[in-house]
Write a protein that binds this ligand. Structure first.
Ligand SMILES: [Zn+2]
Ligand SMILES: [Zn+2]
Length: 92
């Protein structure tokens, strides 16, 4: 049940984001890494947002990993300011 819900949640997000990593799009990168759906507000802090499509963005495995290294506050800021303006921050 959970597996199925989380699968469809991820699928909806990937479709909405046209199967592209949102950070790669902002950086104008092309890569063929795996795409993953990421919770903007972490579900350990906000379990009620777990299956909310607006709480998800599509990321490639590289940017997903790099985003998880950042502090929560930073992520929140990035999302609210808009990913496109944040190019520098995600260069590894
Ligand atoms: Zn990416
Ligand atoms: Zn994530």
């Amino acid at each position: 049940m959970y597996q199925q819900k989380i699968f469809f949640w991820g699928l909806k997000i990937k479709i909405r984001d046209k199967h592209k990593c949102r950070i790669c799009v902002a950086l104008n990168w092309k890569n063929k890494l795996d795409l993953q759906a990421h919770h903007i507000f972490p579900i350990d802090l906000f379990p009620e947002l777990q299956f909310i499509v607006d709480n998800g963005i599509t990321l490639c495995s590289l940017h997903h990993k790099s985003l998880h290294k950042k502090q929560f506050e930073r992520i929140k800021e990035v999302i609210t300011e808009g990913i496109a303006q944040e190019n520098q921050l995600f260069v590894l």
